[in-house]
Design a protein around this ligand. Structure first.
Ligand SMILES: [Zn+2]
Length: 352
Protein backbone atom coordinates (compact mmCIF):
# COMPACT_ATOMS: atom_id res chain seq x y z
CA UNK A 1 0.00 0.00 0.00
CA UNK A 2 1.27 3.44 -0.88
CA UNK A 3 2.51 5.44 2.04
CA UNK A 4 0.44 8.41 3.10
CA UNK A 5 2.90 11.00 4.31
CA UNK A 6 1.09 13.39 6.59
CA UNK A 7 2.08 15.37 9.66
CA UNK A 8 -0.68 15.13 12.27
CA UNK A 9 -1.44 18.55 13.70
CA UNK A 10 -3.23 16.95 16.69
CA UNK A 11 0.03 15.26 17.61
CA UNK A 12 1.91 18.58 17.33
CA UNK A 13 -0.67 20.12 19.66
CA UNK A 14 -0.17 17.31 22.16
CA UNK A 15 3.54 18.04 22.11
CA UNK A 16 2.88 21.74 22.57
CA UNK A 17 0.59 21.07 25.56
CA UNK A 18 3.26 18.91 27.10
CA UNK A 19 5.99 21.53 26.56
CA UNK A 20 3.76 24.15 28.10
CA UNK A 21 4.15 22.45 31.50
CA UNK A 22 7.94 22.81 31.53
CA UNK A 23 8.52 26.28 30.11
CA UNK A 24 11.00 27.23 32.82
CA UNK A 25 13.49 24.90 31.12
CA UNK A 26 15.06 26.95 28.27
CA UNK A 27 15.43 23.84 26.06
CA UNK A 28 11.72 23.11 26.38
CA UNK A 29 10.90 26.74 25.81
CA UNK A 30 12.80 26.68 22.50
CA UNK A 31 10.92 23.55 21.44
CA UNK A 32 7.64 25.16 22.50
CA UNK A 33 8.27 28.24 20.35
CA UNK A 34 9.22 26.06 17.39
CA UNK A 35 6.21 23.78 17.56
CA UNK A 36 3.86 26.69 18.18
CA UNK A 37 5.12 28.45 15.04
CA UNK A 38 4.89 25.23 13.04
CA UNK A 39 1.27 24.67 14.10
CA UNK A 40 0.44 28.26 13.19
CA UNK A 41 2.00 27.90 9.74
CA UNK A 42 0.22 24.61 9.07
CA UNK A 43 -3.15 25.99 10.20
CA UNK A 44 -2.82 29.21 8.20
CA UNK A 45 -1.69 27.68 4.90
CA UNK A 46 1.77 29.12 5.59
CA UNK A 47 0.56 32.71 5.43
CA UNK A 48 2.92 34.80 7.50
CA UNK A 49 1.98 37.76 9.62
CA UNK A 50 4.15 40.80 8.96
CA UNK A 51 6.61 41.71 11.69
CA UNK A 52 4.66 44.06 13.94
CA UNK A 53 7.70 45.28 15.83
CA UNK A 54 8.95 46.96 12.69
CA UNK A 55 12.33 47.73 11.24
CA UNK A 56 13.78 49.67 14.18
CA UNK A 57 13.48 46.84 16.70
CA UNK A 58 14.70 44.40 14.05
CA UNK A 59 17.77 46.57 13.48
CA UNK A 60 18.27 46.77 17.25
CA UNK A 61 18.29 42.99 17.38
CA UNK A 62 20.62 42.72 14.40
CA UNK A 63 22.94 45.34 15.85
CA UNK A 64 23.69 43.05 18.81
CA UNK A 65 24.62 40.22 16.44
CA UNK A 66 26.25 42.35 13.76
CA UNK A 67 29.78 41.58 14.94
CA UNK A 68 29.31 37.84 14.22
CA UNK A 69 28.49 38.59 10.59
CA UNK A 70 30.87 41.39 9.74
CA UNK A 71 33.76 39.02 9.12
CA UNK A 72 31.73 37.47 6.30
CA UNK A 73 31.03 40.81 4.67
CA UNK A 74 34.12 41.07 2.38
CA UNK A 75 33.38 37.56 1.06
CA UNK A 76 29.81 38.61 0.23
CA UNK A 77 30.97 41.76 -1.50
CA UNK A 78 33.35 39.73 -3.63
CA UNK A 79 30.59 37.26 -4.55
CA UNK A 80 28.20 40.09 -5.36
CA UNK A 81 30.58 42.12 -7.50
CA UNK A 82 32.29 39.21 -9.27
CA UNK A 83 30.55 37.40 -12.13
CA UNK A 84 26.81 37.42 -12.86
CA UNK A 85 24.39 40.03 -11.55
CA UNK A 86 20.83 39.10 -10.52
CA UNK A 87 18.40 41.73 -9.29
CA UNK A 88 15.93 38.95 -8.49
CA UNK A 89 15.59 35.18 -8.57
CA UNK A 90 14.89 33.60 -11.95
CA UNK A 91 12.40 30.75 -12.42
CA UNK A 92 13.45 28.50 -15.26
CA UNK A 93 10.82 26.35 -16.95
CA UNK A 94 11.60 22.86 -15.77
CA UNK A 95 10.61 19.79 -17.74
CA UNK A 96 7.61 18.03 -16.15
CA UNK A 97 8.60 14.84 -14.39
CA UNK A 98 6.04 13.05 -12.26
CA UNK A 99 7.55 11.54 -9.13
CA UNK A 100 5.36 10.08 -6.38
CA UNK A 101 5.96 10.97 -2.73
CA UNK A 102 6.97 7.43 -1.96
CA UNK A 103 9.46 7.32 -4.84
CA UNK A 104 10.87 10.67 -3.75
CA UNK A 105 11.69 9.34 -0.30
CA UNK A 106 13.06 6.08 -1.71
CA UNK A 107 15.16 7.76 -4.42
CA UNK A 108 16.56 10.28 -1.94
CA UNK A 109 17.51 7.38 0.33
CA UNK A 110 19.27 5.69 -2.61
CA UNK A 111 21.10 8.91 -3.37
CA UNK A 112 22.29 9.16 0.25
CA UNK A 113 23.36 5.50 0.18
CA UNK A 114 25.55 6.31 -2.86
CA UNK A 115 27.27 9.03 -0.80
CA UNK A 116 28.17 6.56 1.95
CA UNK A 117 27.09 4.81 5.14
CA UNK A 118 27.33 7.91 7.31
CA UNK A 119 24.60 9.58 5.31
CA UNK A 120 22.24 6.68 4.68
CA UNK A 121 22.49 5.25 8.21
CA UNK A 122 21.46 8.55 9.77
CA UNK A 123 18.71 9.01 7.22
CA UNK A 124 17.43 5.48 7.93
CA UNK A 125 17.25 6.28 11.62
CA UNK A 126 14.74 8.98 10.71
CA UNK A 127 12.82 6.80 8.23
CA UNK A 128 12.44 3.97 10.72
CA UNK A 129 10.97 6.38 13.21
CA UNK A 130 7.33 6.92 12.16
CA UNK A 131 8.35 8.76 9.02
CA UNK A 132 4.85 8.61 7.58
CA UNK A 133 3.79 11.11 10.23
CA UNK A 134 7.02 13.12 10.12
CA UNK A 135 7.02 14.00 6.42
CA UNK A 136 4.46 15.87 4.35
CA UNK A 137 4.49 17.18 0.79
CA UNK A 138 2.82 20.56 0.17
CA UNK A 139 1.88 22.35 -3.04
CA UNK A 140 4.57 24.91 -3.93
CA UNK A 141 3.33 28.44 -3.28
CA UNK A 142 4.65 31.91 -2.53
CA UNK A 143 3.99 31.38 1.16
CA UNK A 144 5.35 27.88 1.52
CA UNK A 145 9.05 27.30 2.04
CA UNK A 146 10.41 23.80 2.61
CA UNK A 147 11.67 23.25 6.12
CA UNK A 148 13.00 20.76 8.58
CA UNK A 149 12.43 21.18 12.26
CA UNK A 150 13.52 19.33 15.35
CA UNK A 151 12.41 19.09 18.97
CA UNK A 152 15.43 18.75 21.20
CA UNK A 153 13.65 17.43 24.23
CA UNK A 154 11.61 14.70 22.53
CA UNK A 155 13.70 13.95 19.42
CA UNK A 156 10.72 14.55 17.10
CA UNK A 157 11.73 15.62 13.60
CA UNK A 158 9.48 17.00 10.88
CA UNK A 159 10.26 17.41 7.18
CA UNK A 160 8.00 19.70 5.15
CA UNK A 161 8.69 19.06 1.47
CA UNK A 162 7.34 20.68 -1.70
CA UNK A 163 5.46 18.73 -4.35
CA UNK A 164 7.15 20.18 -7.44
CA UNK A 165 6.09 18.58 -10.74
CA UNK A 166 9.75 18.17 -11.78
CA UNK A 167 13.13 16.99 -10.47
CA UNK A 168 13.26 19.90 -8.02
CA UNK A 169 10.90 17.75 -5.92
CA UNK A 170 13.82 15.37 -5.49
CA UNK A 171 16.68 17.84 -5.18
CA UNK A 172 14.82 20.00 -2.66
CA UNK A 173 13.85 16.87 -0.72
CA UNK A 174 17.53 15.88 -0.61
CA UNK A 175 18.29 19.36 0.77
CA UNK A 176 15.81 18.88 3.63
CA UNK A 177 16.86 15.24 4.03
CA UNK A 178 20.43 16.40 4.60
CA UNK A 179 19.21 18.69 7.39
CA UNK A 180 17.65 15.58 8.96
CA UNK A 181 20.89 13.61 8.59
CA UNK A 182 22.90 16.44 10.18
CA UNK A 183 20.39 16.68 12.95
CA UNK A 184 20.50 12.96 13.76
CA UNK A 185 24.31 12.93 13.57
CA UNK A 186 24.86 16.10 15.63
CA UNK A 187 21.87 18.11 16.93
CA UNK A 188 24.18 21.00 17.88
CA UNK A 189 25.20 21.47 14.25
CA UNK A 190 21.56 22.04 13.33
CA UNK A 191 21.44 24.94 15.79
CA UNK A 192 24.44 26.60 14.10
CA UNK A 193 22.17 28.45 11.71
CA UNK A 194 25.03 30.54 10.31
CA UNK A 195 26.59 27.45 8.70
CA UNK A 196 24.05 24.61 8.72
CA UNK A 197 22.90 25.33 5.15
CA UNK A 198 26.40 24.46 3.86
CA UNK A 199 25.84 20.71 3.86
CA UNK A 200 22.23 20.84 2.61
CA UNK A 201 23.12 23.16 -0.28
CA UNK A 202 26.10 21.03 -1.26
CA UNK A 203 23.96 17.87 -1.25
CA UNK A 204 21.34 19.58 -3.38
CA UNK A 205 23.99 20.64 -5.92
CA UNK A 206 25.31 17.11 -6.39
CA UNK A 207 21.75 15.77 -6.34
CA UNK A 208 20.89 17.91 -9.39
CA UNK A 209 23.54 16.07 -11.42
CA UNK A 210 22.62 12.68 -9.98
CA UNK A 211 18.90 12.89 -10.72
CA UNK A 212 19.37 14.55 -14.10
CA UNK A 213 21.44 11.54 -15.15
CA UNK A 214 19.23 8.97 -13.43
CA UNK A 215 16.15 10.18 -15.32
CA UNK A 216 18.07 10.66 -18.58
CA UNK A 217 17.14 14.34 -18.62
CA UNK A 218 19.19 17.06 -20.16
CA UNK A 219 20.13 20.36 -18.51
CA UNK A 220 17.63 20.08 -15.63
CA UNK A 221 20.61 19.98 -13.28
CA UNK A 222 22.07 23.13 -14.82
CA UNK A 223 18.73 24.95 -14.69
CA UNK A 224 18.23 24.14 -11.02
CA UNK A 225 21.80 25.23 -10.29
CA UNK A 226 21.20 28.46 -12.19
CA UNK A 227 18.00 29.04 -10.22
CA UNK A 228 19.79 28.46 -6.90
CA UNK A 229 22.58 30.84 -7.92
CA UNK A 230 20.04 33.53 -8.79
CA UNK A 231 18.18 33.08 -5.49
CA UNK A 232 21.30 33.33 -3.35
CA UNK A 233 22.97 36.04 -5.37
CA UNK A 234 20.00 38.38 -5.58
CA UNK A 235 19.69 38.09 -1.77
CA UNK A 236 23.23 39.40 -1.31
CA UNK A 237 21.88 42.80 -2.34
CA UNK A 238 19.57 42.78 0.70
CA UNK A 239 22.41 41.71 2.96
CA UNK A 240 24.56 44.57 1.68
CA UNK A 241 21.71 47.05 2.19
CA UNK A 242 21.14 45.66 5.69
CA UNK A 243 24.78 46.43 6.51
CA UNK A 244 24.27 49.99 5.30
CA UNK A 245 21.10 50.26 7.41
CA UNK A 246 22.99 49.03 10.44
CA UNK A 247 25.59 51.75 9.93
CA UNK A 248 22.80 54.34 9.98
CA UNK A 249 21.36 52.66 13.06
CA UNK A 250 24.76 52.70 14.83
CA UNK A 251 25.16 56.42 14.24
CA UNK A 252 21.63 57.25 15.39
CA UNK A 253 20.86 54.58 17.96
CA UNK A 254 20.56 57.00 20.90
CA UNK A 255 17.85 58.99 19.09
CA UNK A 256 14.14 58.17 18.95
CA UNK A 257 12.83 55.38 16.69
CA UNK A 258 11.03 58.08 14.63
CA UNK A 259 14.30 59.89 14.04
CA UNK A 260 16.07 56.66 12.96
CA UNK A 261 13.17 55.75 10.67
CA UNK A 262 13.39 59.18 9.04
CA UNK A 263 17.11 58.73 8.45
CA UNK A 264 16.50 55.31 6.90
CA UNK A 265 13.71 56.42 4.59
CA UNK A 266 15.76 59.40 3.48
CA UNK A 267 18.34 57.02 2.13
CA UNK A 268 16.14 54.08 1.06
CA UNK A 269 12.68 53.64 -0.42
CA UNK A 270 10.03 53.48 2.36
CA UNK A 271 8.44 50.27 1.06
CA UNK A 272 11.83 48.59 1.02
CA UNK A 273 12.66 49.76 4.56
CA UNK A 274 9.35 48.34 5.84
CA UNK A 275 9.81 45.12 3.88
CA UNK A 276 13.23 44.62 5.47
CA UNK A 277 11.57 44.46 8.90
CA UNK A 278 10.61 40.86 8.16
CA UNK A 279 14.21 39.77 7.75
CA UNK A 280 16.93 39.66 10.31
CA UNK A 281 20.57 39.69 9.37
CA UNK A 282 20.46 35.93 10.08
CA UNK A 283 17.95 35.23 7.31
CA UNK A 284 20.03 37.27 4.94
CA UNK A 285 23.45 35.76 5.58
CA UNK A 286 22.54 32.20 6.41
CA UNK A 287 22.36 31.02 2.83
CA UNK A 288 25.11 33.11 1.29
CA UNK A 289 28.32 32.07 3.03
CA UNK A 290 27.11 28.42 3.19
CA UNK A 291 26.41 28.58 -0.56
CA UNK A 292 29.93 29.84 -1.27
CA UNK A 293 31.35 26.98 0.79
CA UNK A 294 29.02 24.51 -0.96
CA UNK A 295 30.35 25.67 -4.36
CA UNK A 296 33.93 24.94 -3.25
CA UNK A 297 32.90 21.48 -2.02
CA UNK A 298 30.97 20.89 -5.24
CA UNK A 299 34.09 21.67 -7.29
CA UNK A 300 36.15 19.40 -5.03
CA UNK A 301 33.57 16.60 -5.41
CA UNK A 302 34.17 16.58 -9.20
CA UNK A 303 37.87 15.81 -8.74
CA UNK A 304 38.00 14.01 -5.37
CA UNK A 305 34.62 12.72 -4.30
CA UNK A 306 35.80 10.93 -1.13
CA UNK A 307 37.69 13.95 0.10
CA UNK A 308 34.69 16.23 -0.44
CA UNK A 309 32.42 13.85 1.50
CA UNK A 310 34.96 13.52 4.31
CA UNK A 311 35.15 17.30 4.62
CA UNK A 312 31.37 17.33 4.76
CA UNK A 313 31.30 14.81 7.62
CA UNK A 314 33.96 16.83 9.46
CA UNK A 315 31.78 19.94 9.08
CA UNK A 316 28.69 18.13 10.40
CA UNK A 317 30.48 16.66 13.40
CA UNK A 318 32.82 19.52 14.28
CA UNK A 319 31.88 22.69 12.37
CA UNK A 320 30.90 25.89 14.16
CA UNK A 321 30.51 29.44 12.85
CA UNK A 322 33.76 30.27 14.67
CA UNK A 323 35.95 27.47 13.31
CA UNK A 324 34.46 26.89 9.87
CA UNK A 325 37.12 28.76 7.85
CA UNK A 326 39.97 27.12 9.81
CA UNK A 327 38.35 23.72 9.32
CA UNK A 328 38.16 24.30 5.56
CA UNK A 329 41.73 25.66 5.43
CA UNK A 330 42.92 22.33 6.88
CA UNK A 331 41.80 20.77 3.58
CA UNK A 332 43.12 23.60 1.41
CA UNK A 333 39.61 24.99 0.79
CA UNK A 334 38.93 28.71 0.79
CA UNK A 335 35.73 30.59 0.02
CA UNK A 336 35.47 32.72 -3.16
CA UNK A 337 38.15 30.64 -4.90
CA UNK A 338 35.98 28.94 -7.52
CA UNK A 339 32.66 30.77 -7.44
CA UNK A 340 33.40 33.02 -10.43
CA UNK A 341 34.70 30.07 -12.44
CA UNK A 342 31.63 28.06 -11.44
CA UNK A 343 29.33 30.80 -12.76
CA UNK A 344 31.28 31.03 -16.02
CA UNK A 345 31.08 27.28 -16.57
CA UNK A 346 27.37 27.20 -15.78
CA UNK A 347 26.69 29.95 -18.33
CA UNK A 348 28.86 28.30 -20.93
CA UNK A 349 27.05 24.97 -20.56
CA UNK A 350 23.65 26.69 -20.69
CA UNK A 351 24.71 28.86 -23.63
CA UNK A 352 23.80 32.09 -21.80
ZN1 LIG B 1 17.99 24.48 4.28
Amino acid sequence: MAKNYKIRVEYLKQLRDMFENYLDDPMVERDYIRIDMLIERLENDFKQEPNEDGIISQLGYDFVHWQEFRRYYPKLIKFYSDGLYFSEAVSPGFKDVKISNEDTVMLAREFFAKQGDFFVNHFDEFLEDDSEESIEFFAPSNNFVEETTFMHTTGDRFLLAADHPNIVKLTAFVHEGEHIIDNVANPDFFENTAIRETTAMFMELIATDYFNNLFGLSEQNLLRQYELLSIVKSDTIDAIVRNKMLKIYRKNRYYTPEHIYKKLTKKFNKGYVDWMADYSIYNLYNYQIPYLIAIELYKLYQVDRDKALNVLIDIILNGTPENIFALLAKYGISVNKHSHQYEDELCLKLGI
